[in-house]
Ligand binder design. Sequence first.
Ligand SMILES: [Zn+2]
Ligand SMILES: [Zn+2]
Length: 371
Amino acid sequence: MKVHGYGALEAGAKMVPVQFEREALRAGEVAIKISHCGVCHSDLHQVNDDWDNSLYPCVPGHEIVGKVTAVGEGVEKYSEGDVVGVGCMVNSCQQCANCKAGEEQYCTGPKGCTLTYNGPAVPDGTNSYGGYSDGIIVREEFVVRVPDALKPEEAAPILCAGITTYQPMKHWNVKMGDRVGIAGIGGLGHLAIETAKALGAHVVALTTSPEKKEMILEDLGADEVIVMSDEKALEEAAMSLDFLLSTIPYKHDINSYIPLMKKNTTICIVGNLIGFDNVDTSGMVFNRIQLAGSLIGGVEDTQEILDFYAEHGIKPDITLIAPDQINEAFERMKNENVRFRHVIDMSLLKADDGDEKIEQPVRGEVVGRDA
Ligand SMILES: [Zn+2]
Ligand SMILES: [Zn+2]
């Protein structure tokens, strides 16, 4: 499958138009013409090699929505014309306990899960290219169905931002009446607020930006906002939260959040490799507070949250961009702490034979099938 898209040829380079071949469709796989792809903070981190593990060329994108154009032998769930999505993973061993439990992101097979882009970096160094492109081929088990009630561009951010914030709320059993704190009101945080509200929680948004207060209450529907510089408000909110989700994507001070937690509750971090200096462990010890992490979510839960959004009429706040606006979008994300999600309209891609030719990515085998 000949594919055009956008990629970075080296660390921190501007995104440029690229073309490459994807391996032909095999049994158990689904070919998708990509219509939309969300722009995630991880895309920017990976392009800039912020995690020190990027492979180049790098074609990011793991909030992929499109139409099925063909299915391989044995595919049962999907057929041509279906609107489907692909999130952060495209393969895993399917045989370890975590895969069997629907938590492919924690796959303990020999290669772990294969991320939609930049994976598997270990052990053989082969690369994968993501959704900043007009087509992808993915094994059936990693494809989800986009409900009719969601527009394709609205479904895209749910595939990473939505599932990443929903999964910990499910795991730590956020329920009706719980007081849930959401720290960091950006691309992930705004979806986290809406999800927690739909689960029936009382949502307390925690922000460092006083100017966002009104927007958070009026547009996002949080029940309360605490500005982290407001010491009086912090004091009044002491020991009031049942769960706290931090979506802040950079190194920050966790200590001002710890006193807000009720006894025996959890602060969950979903940002990758952000780190903390001098965590106030006594604040944790005296109230048995747990500091936890969580990585994206499995395929089954991804389908669940798509259906949940459709059912509850939750619509991610998006800004559509053309593929050639991706560099500007990255700049905005870096400088402005945007709360909405940029979504690339891939139908506007101007494919050109002069696009930079890059090597074909190699997909892993389709494990657990007779193909
Ligand atoms: Zn992401
Ligand atoms: Zn596995």
